[in-house]
Design a protein around this ligand. Structure first.
Ligand SMILES: Nc1ncnc2c1ncn2[C@@H]1O[C@H](COP(=O)(O)OP(=O)(O)O)[C@@H](O)[C@H]1O
Ligand SMILES: [Mg+2]
Length: 621
């Protein structure tokens, strides 16, 4: 149990071989979460970083000339000497020996310090830039998810969605994009240094490339798979840990009564132990690179010194060795960081692949802007229409809605009834545009439901089967993001749903803070807040999905009466469990096993459909 649901569901997608193509896909998906001007800024920052490598080159070259001058002494002034030519080019040939040394030493020192300082500055700007862009990327992802239909969003658990918008976008922008920028800067530095080394001594440069290249290749080959599987496991166990922890707290009362806390602690422990192993392995994986590189550096330096000193003149050997050591002193850390970043990228890649490709697969928000012209009308008409609608949750599911046709006229009171699991909520979700039908259309006010809801906010009210209370005040819960409101509207709505008296007993009234899930409220009170939330915008169509279920008979009767007063002033679509609340409906839709079994007024329907008659008889109606 308690496994990351999507991970299991999409394992085949996940287990695909990670190749360059999928890496490009992922990177472009992350890029697409950034506005285009930010992409250019990131590119500019990376380019500046690349150019800074030139400073390293100057520093190392100055050191090379310095050693050459120092070792050769006055001979460096001789005509035809290579060093003399360089000194002349630098305009240093007129200076004395000590001045030349001082100048070259100071130059290399200043250049190195300048490079390090500028690098630090650019790094700070890049990190800062990426961190804030990650915020935007997360919000863009969240917006995409919120504007997608339930049929897409519903594929992921809420833990997976939270991971996708908060963790994966962070890892994607900071980890992957930042890693790529770092990788390219390191690579350019390495290439520049190697090329300069090539000019000084071909053999030394070749050996350096060969040794570092081989070490990197071997390390990469050995670590790539491990890094990826650690990333995948991290993703899976992080989500599972969150699911199991949250699930345990949500069922805390039942767990208490059953006294099975130990079992759930065991589940949490299993996930934590996995994550502990992953963490420690990840840290060690990074270290291995460091150890291997340090050893490589020591051995390589030894060999280069040995070969140079035994094969070349002392002066030339000293100059080459200095340049070699100076470059290796720059190449070494860059090569190590390159290698470490490469491993990190593999891990990040595995950590975010599924989430980012999910976000990438969501239709862009542009959907609403690209709606055909002929569908736009400004006047809101409180009618609903389903035309030839087919829907099924999964291909192999035995539940499906087939060929549903239905029209609800403005001001009509329509009830949907039927046994549990017959598809009532699904039908309502389709009307609301939460689910896109596989075939056919769902219209409100003669517009595609999704478009209509976007175009006419507040014209539609919806009360779901289970009231969801957010962490916030009573007022915030009712307004749910609405900005403008009057206290009078709030109070009259609260009176209509029979909860005003209760709110007045709260110490802070409308500003009383309600905890997560509305702890401290009864089921009925939550339901009434949910009703108030739906009615506060004075909607013209109200959808109620078994909204009065958890109310006591007396309150239900009172609310039904209030809702009854809305009859013919608003269009009402009501899924009802208790038939007594809908006997007066203009139209009752009786559903059975995904089909509209029959439609009619209460008494008429009882005569028309023996199934409905039997259903009504169960409630003594
Ligand atoms: N998200 C979902 N994924 C797969 N099947 C679902 C989902 N939601 C509901 N179902 C199935 O669809 C059928 C109809 O569900 P629903 O519309 O909620 O029924 P009702 O509201 O009439 O009780 C049920 O068999 C249910 O198991
Ligand atoms: Mg239902």
């Amino acid at each position: 149990m308690w496994q990351a649901t999507c991970f299991e569901k999409n394992f085949r997608l996940y287990a695909q071989r990670v190749n360059l193509k999928s890496f490009f896909e992922l990177t472009s998906n992350i890029f697409r979460l950034l506005p285009s001007h930010d992409r250019y800024r990131l590119l500019a920052l990376s380019l500046i970083n690349l150019f800074l490598s030139v400073l390293d080159l100057i520093g190392v070259a100055a050191l090379g000339v310095l050693t050459s001058v120092a070792v050769q002494g006055s001979r460096s002034q001789d005509p035809g000497n290579r060093t003399a030519a360089v000194l002349r080019a630098l305009g240093l040939d007129g200076l004395e020996f000590a001045q030349q040394i001082l100048f070259l030493a100071t130059l290399s020192m200043i250049v190195f310090i300048l490079k390090i300082g500028l690098s630090a500055f650019i790094l700070r700007r890049t990190v800062q830039f990426l961190a804030y862009r990650a915020v935007n990327a997360g919000l863009t992802a969240m917006e995409k998810i919120l504007t997608s239909t339930w049929s897409i969003r519903g594929k992921m658990s809420s833990q997976e969605l939270a991971y996708a918008v908060n963790t994966a976008t962070n890892y994607g922008v900071i980890g992957v994009l930042g890693g790529l920028a770092k990788l390219s800067a390191d690579l350019v530095l390495i290439v520049v240094m190697i090329v300069s080394l090539l000019f000084v001594d071909f053999a030394t440069a070749a050996i350096t490339v060969l040794v570092f290249g081989l070490v990197s290749l071997v390390l990469n080959k050995r670590m790539r798979k491990r890094a990826r599987s650690l990333g995948e496991e991290y993703f899976k166990h992080t989500i599972s840990l969150n699911q199991v922890t949250l699930g345990t707290f949500l069922s805390a009362r039942e767990i208490w009564v059953r006294s099975t806390a130990d079992y759930f602690l065991g589940l949490v422990k299993t996930q934590r132990v996995h994550l502990a192993r992953i963490d420690s392995e990840q840290i060690f994986l990074g270290m291995i690179n460091k150890y291997v590189f340090e050893i490589t550096l020591i051995v390589l330096s030894f060999f280069v010194c040995f070969i140079q000193l035994s094969a070349e003149s002392p002066a030339r050997a000293a100059a080459t060795i200095t340049i070699f050591l100076a470059s290796i002193f720059r190449i070494g850390p860059a090569a190590l960081s390159f290698q470490q970043t490469l491993v990190q990228l593999q891990t990040y890649f595995a950590k975010i692949k599924l989430s980012i490709s999910f976000i990438g697969s969501l239709p862009s928000k542009a959907f609403f802007d690209s709606t055909p012209e002929n569908l736009t009308s400004d006047k809101f008409e409180a009618c609903i229409e389903l035309k030839d609608v087919d829907f099924t949750y999964t291909e192999d599911a035995n539940f499906n809605l087939r060929n549903i046709n239905l029209r609800v006229e403005p001001g009509e009171f329509v009830a949907i009834v039927g046994p549990s699991g017959s598809g009532k909520s699904t039908l309502m979700d389709i009307m609301l545009g939460l689910i896109t039908p596989l075939r056919g259309t769902s219209l409100i006010s003669n517009l595609d439901s999704k478009v209509c809801i976007k175009k006419h906010p507040g014209k539609i009210g919806f009360v779901p089967q289970e009231a969801s209370i957010i962490e916030g005040t009573v007022r915030e819960n009712i307004l749910l993001g609405l900005q403008s409101h009057s206290v009078e509207t709030l109070v009259s709505t609260l009176k209509m749903v029979e909860i005003h008296e209760f709110i007045e007993t709260l110490p802070k009234g409308l500003d009383e803070f309600l905890g997560e899930g509305g702890q401290g409220l009864s089921g009925g009170q939550k339901q009434r807040l949910s009703l108030a939330r739906a009615l506060v915008t004075d909607p013209q169509i109200v959808f109620l999905d078994e909204a009065t279920n958890s109310l006591d008979a007396e309150t239900e009767a009172a609310i039904s009466e209030s809702l009854g007063s809305l009859k013919h002033r608003k269009t009402l679509v009501v899924i009802a469990h208790r038939l007594s609340t809908i006997v007066n409906a203009d139209k009752i839709i009786f559903m059975d096993k995904g089909k509209i079994e029959s439609i009619g007024q209460f008494e008429e329907l009882k005569k028309l459909s023996p199934k409905f008659a039997a259903f009504a008889a169960l409630q003594s109606l």
